[in-house]
Design a protein around this ligand. Sequence first.
Ligand SMILES: *Cc1c(COP(=O)(O)O)cnc(C)c1O
Length: 238
Amino acid sequence: MIVDNLQAVHARIAAACAACGREPGSVRLLAVSKTFGPDAVMAAMSGGQRAFGENYIQEGVEKILAVREWQADGSAPPDSSPPEWHCIGPIQSNKTRLVAEHFDWVQSVDRLKIAQRLSEQRPAHLPPLQVCLQVNIDGGPTKAGVAPQEAQALAAEVARLPRLQLRGLMSIPEPAPDFIAACALHQRVRAIFDQINKTGVLPQPMDTLSLGMTADLEAAIHAGSTMVRVGTAIFGDR
Ligand SMILES: *Cc1c(COP(=O)(O)O)cnc(C)c1O
């Protein structure tokens, strides 16, 4: 079932790309496996999926270790390469070490203090942690994410941290009433992304725009998303 669902999501991505003249390969699929067990991840891997997103850090680390064990003890198909793990949930200071030691990407960085801790705690034997800044495009002061007008300054500072590699921006807009409204919200994130890249404050341009979930991936792709984060359409209701 998970494998069929994955195929259906790939078909949605391909159709959305075709509708706006983009290459289907220009959008990556992140399978959001939060609340589902390692068995669901393994099923998705058997369907070719390799990038997984987790919101809850402790739960994510347990899953990462379970899948690694499954691959190490020979239970996994011999041709299966290790998955790439993305932290997409809120990070408290006391959880940065777990994230730095176990994840490949973090998409939910929204303040410098967390970024500095992640950089300091990233183990030397691992490649730099790949980072997206979460932007609060429409929310009030209590919603996670850096304010749009502060995103560029934070990006410039994060890009200087030695053990992080700044890859892009992530956002979780509120559900929009229709396709046009959803596009407009995603476009606002795209505009910030383009603006930061254009100013030349970064040593190298960002390449990742993480926008779109089960309900709005078509609108996000229309607005230029390069990575959609899909949970429900792959794993079912939570
Ligand atoms: C849960 C979650 C998703 C996936 O949402 P679905 O609607 O199930 O596709 C994507 N991104 C983030 C940050 C999430 O927390």
